[in-house]
Design a protein around this ligand. Structure first.
Ligand SMILES: Cc1cc2nc3c(=O)[nH]c(=O)nc-3n(C[C@H](O)[C@H](O)[C@H](O)COP(=O)(O)OP(=O)(O)OC[C@H]3O[C@@H](n4cnc5c(N)ncnc54)[C@H](O)[C@@H]3O)c2cc1C
Ligand code: FES
Length: 507
């Protein structure tokens, strides 16, 4: 997998689980991304006894690997929401504003060294058709009282047909923020157990959580902040979250421009500048696709775009991340499933989790501390619209069907021979995945995803096995990288080369 700029610049020592394994706490938070850490921090600060479990190490999910924009400007969203209801559009803006401000407040109060930088957010178009869309979005800003202005004169090194600016937003170094937040959480008595994966959850009052290493924990409240919920609880998240992968490149540049920029055009890019006391860099992101599909050209496409538009192709870092998209563009924040009172969830941020993660942390901690439901009703996970969105369910089902029935890729008859190659292979009626590593060793895995059984597909660009159904990812040797799956891919035989490659027919 590509190396992420933020994780390259900042380092942290991981914290293993403590004690004999059976603990009782007020609030158990599962998942050490922005949502989980910020919720845990707010609850601990308010005097609750909390514990945070992280299956990997903190910040290895999307929160540590994103572009670093902290903004309420989520593309052309407000015009669309206003068509549904003024209350919804306004609630969306206010929730994100609260999340943005709480994040900035914590960074300042806890003196977290994360390059928090005030900046304007800018939507732009390079096509004549984009102008009307920007005008409509600006109209929505005016109706909702959102600060912003339309301009055709923004400073970008390439021509645009128009732009819409939202002032008073931020950028930051997301992974450095998470490290600082983890330290601040621990300073006020919070505990983090890394490499501790939750695998089962049952009961209410208290809720019992079991971990992969055999621990049993009980809590009055559990917050599932694992990106894709590892526990479904009847919420049918598998049918209402679409995993999408995007790519990021960080390239050298001559100067730092003052805003963050997002194209509204089809296949448009996201641009963010970063210095952090070192040579100026510009991050260019995009080339998104559904998880399980492939784009081997992604980094080349972004590099080409940067050369043509920004005059640079000096690539320093290139990496990818994925996020989850709900059908109605609204996240799921609140009680996780039917009848769940004390098991809460936050997910489905549609690639805007820096503000949504902060917003969810504020809403969930307020709910736990005071019972206050301010705004929760707009985003409650069991809302009817998202469950009965038949078109979305059907699309998800169609996509998953091929993968469930094993028809996704026909499979070849030979394991790869070239180092760095992976593919699906059909041997004796069974389909397997094979990857030949750079030292020439063959790694063979079974293709059945341990989550719900879809067939994983090989991602040549990152050398990973990716599940198209709900976004689980595994390294080329089957090691679990990202859930909702809870275990590795099966290996036909553990360890060494399980099956020899077929002889090359030409020899
Ligand atoms: C390319 C890209 C760029 C983006 N850029 C931006 C941006 O500029 N601004 C913005 O606002 N948003 C951005 N986003 C979106 C944002 O990164 C995500 O929405 C957000 O980080 C999700 O946060 P999270 O806390 O829900 O999940 P995560 O950060 O993924 O955290 C979940 C954590 O839970 C852990 N976990 C999973 N299962 C278990 C288990 N069973 N037990 C214990 N732990 C578990 C994982 O290891 C992980 O650490 C971007 C997304 C992408 C893909
Ligand atoms: S992630 Fe759900 S079946 Fe693979």
């Amino acid at each position: 997998m590509g190396i992420c700029l933020w994780q390259d610049l900042a380092k942290r020592k991981s914290t293993p689980p403590q004690g004999d394994g059976n603990e009782q706490v007020d609030c158990l938070i599962i998942g050490g991304g922005l949502t989980g850490l910020m919720t845990a921090y707010l609850l601990q600060k308010a005097g609750r006894n909390t514990l945070l479990l992280e299956g990997n190490t903190i910040g290895q999910g999307a929160s540590g690997r994103n572009t670093g924009k902290i903004t309420c400007q989520h593309g052309l969203i407000y015009h669309t929401l206003l068509d549904k209801s003024q209350e919804l559009a306004l609630g969306f803006y206010q929730a994100n504003k609260i999340g943005k401000e709480k994040l900035a407040e914590i960074a300042r109060q806890e003196e977290i060294d994360c390059c928090l930088t005030p900046q304007e957010s800018v939507l732009f178009s390079q096509r004549p058709q984009g102008v009307e869309a920007l005008d409509q979005e600006f109209e929505a800003y005016q109706q909702l009282g959102i600060p912003g202005y339309r301009t055709n004169g923004i400073t970008l090194p390439f021509p645009v047909t128009g732009a819409l600016v939202m002032p008073d937003q931020y950028s930051y170094q997301p992974y450095a923020f998470l490290i600082g937040l983890a330290q601040a959480y621990e300073r006020c008595g919070g505990r983090i157990w890394e490499h501790t994966r939750a695998i089962e959850l049952e009961g209410e009052d208290p809720v019992t959580v079991r971990t992969q290493d055999g621990r049993q924990l009980t809590a009055q409240w559990v917050v599932v902040a694992t990106h894709f919920p590892f526990y479904d609880g009847g919420g049918m998240y598998f049918s209402r979250l679409q995993p999408k992968r995007s790519y990021l490149t960080a390239l050298s540049c001559r100067e730092i421009l003052p805003g963050s920029y997002l194209s509204i055009d089809p296949d448009g890019v996201s641009i963010q500048y970063f210095s952090g006391g070192r040579e100026p860099l510009v991050l260019v992101g995009g080339a998104a696709h559904l998880v399980g599909e492939e784009n081997p050209e992604a980094y080349d496409q972004l590099k080409r775009w940067a050369r043509e538009h920004l005059g640079t192709d000096q690539l320093g870092w290139a990496w990818d991340a994925q996020d989850l998209l709900p059908p109605d563009q609204l996240p799921y924040i609140g009680p996780l499933g039917p009848g769940a009172e004390r098991i809460l969830v936050a997910t489905g941020y549609s690639k805007w989790g820096n503000t949504w993660g902060g917003a969810a942390a504020c809403m969930l901690s307020e709910f736990i501390l005071t019972g206050g439901k301010r705004q929760l009703s707009l985003f409650q996970p069991m809302r009817l619209g998202s469950i009965t969105n038949l078109q979305f369910v059907q699309e998800n089902f169609q996509a998953a069907k091929g993968y469930l029935s094993g028809l996704a890729t026909p499979g070849e008859d030979q394991f790869p021979v070239q180092p760095g190659q992976g593919r699906v292979v059909r041997r004796n009626g069974q389909k397997l995945g094979g990857y030949r590593d750079l030292q020439g060793k063959l790694h063979v895995v079974e293709l059945r995803c341990p989550h719900l059984g879809c067939e994983v597909a090989f991602n040549q660009l990152e050398a990973t096995w990716d599940c198209p159904c709900h976004g689980s990812r595994f390294s080329y040797d089957g090691t679990l990288l990202e859930g909702p799956a809870l275990t590795h891919l099966e290996r036909p035989e553990q360890g060494e080369e399980p099956l020899p490659p077929l002889p090359d027919p030409g020899k």
